[in-house]
Design a protein around this ligand. Structure first.
Ligand SMILES: [Fe+2]
Ligand SMILES: [Fe+2]
Length: 314
């Protein structure tokens, strides 16, 4: 993958420095983002240095002090805006019941329902391109949190991650299933291929997962996000699989979604009761952050769904 296209003053100066043999890090630090989109694409690229990196940027930039400083400043303004969007208090009561009820009662637009009944072929492909930013590195942001946990929570999380990473079979990683589906659909299956095409809502969804995974103090939010993600995956995956079948998309793409119907019915129980349960047994003070992470997952998906449905309606 190459560095993305700039989307404003900050991303332009940062990306040209990433590519340059004579980078101007001070200029990067002294430039303000024009808007949220400029901030989010910059932050996405700074996080990306910790994942697969870019072919046109030196691997050593992963730990360039000015880029770490810039990342910390962008992620703190992003975290503040996520916290501003969240409710000021969270449900009481037994944790698992409270979280299941919280997610169940959350009411947002459903892209899965649209794909199920109404989407045309091009709209379905459009959604796959947007989703590819995450699914082609599925579970990687959650992997950051593993060494930040203690024994019981870590063991529980690894049971889930083992599935996401294919149970030891390189052909069965969920990211690999998705890549195969993309390829059969005639879409580009290289990681990050569609980064220049995705709206700010997709960047926010991806950046939130990296923010939570890469900061130990946010491990509660990371696991809360994971729980909400798994809790809202099984039934929507069935709807999407049925929608893609209706549209005659290739079996490999449908298989990615059917795999998630059963897997995520198991994963939601594991994530809520075993993973978050173990975390909160040990660290009850993280309860609010678990809810914050869960809320953020649902809220960012709502924003993305609104955006796509509005674009498709137009
Ligand atoms: Fe998965
Ligand atoms: Fe899952």
């Amino acid at each position: 993958m190459l560095t993305p296209k700039g989307r404003g003053s900050l991303s332009e100066v940062v990306f040209s420095s990433l590519r340059s043999s004579t980078p101007d890090w001070r200029a990067a630090l002294n430039t303000l983002a024009d808007d949220d989109e400029d901030l989010q694409i910059t932050l996405w690229a700074l996080y990306e240095l910790h994942y697969q990196g870019f072919e046109d940027a030196d691997d050593r930039l992963e730990w360039q002090p000015e880029l770490i400083e810039l990342r910390r400043s962008l992620e703190s303004s992003f975290e503040n805006s996520l916290r501003d969007r969240a409710p000021s208090s969270w449900p009481d009561g037994e944790f698992a019941d409270a979280l299941f009820t919280f997610v169940e009662e959350h009411d947002g637009p459903s892209l899965a329902a649209f794909v199920h009944k109404d989407a045309d072929h091009e709209q379905a492909l459009d959604l796959l391109r947007m989703r590819s930013i995450y699914h082609l590195k599925e579970s990687d942001p959650t992997a950051w949190v593993v060494p930040r946990l203690t024994t019981r929570t870590k063991a529980a999380l690894m049971e889930l991650q083992f599935d996401e990473y294919g149970g030891g079979d390189p052909n069965r990683l969920h990211s690999e299933l998705f890549a195969r589906g993309m390829d059969r659909c005639g879409l580009r299956a290289e990681y990050g291929a569609y980064i220049d095409d995705v709206p700010v809502e997709v960047l926010e969804e991806n950046n939130a997962m990296s923010l939570f995974g890469l900061n130990r103090r946010l491990r509660g939010a990371s696991l809360g996000h994971l729980a909400a993600f798994e809790m809202t995956s099984s039934i929507p995956s069935r709807r999407i699989a049925q929608g893609l079948t209706r549209l005659g998309l290739p079996a490999e793409m449908i298989e990615y979604y059917t795999e998630h119907v059963e897997a995520d019915a198991v994963h939601e129980q594991l994530a809520v009761r075993t993973i978050c349960g173990a975390l909160l047994d040990e660290s009850p003070h993280l309860r609010d952050d678990v809810f914050f992470g869960a809320f953020t997952c649902l809220d960012l998906e709502d924003r993305f769904a609104h955006r796509m449905l509005a674009e498709w309606a137009a």
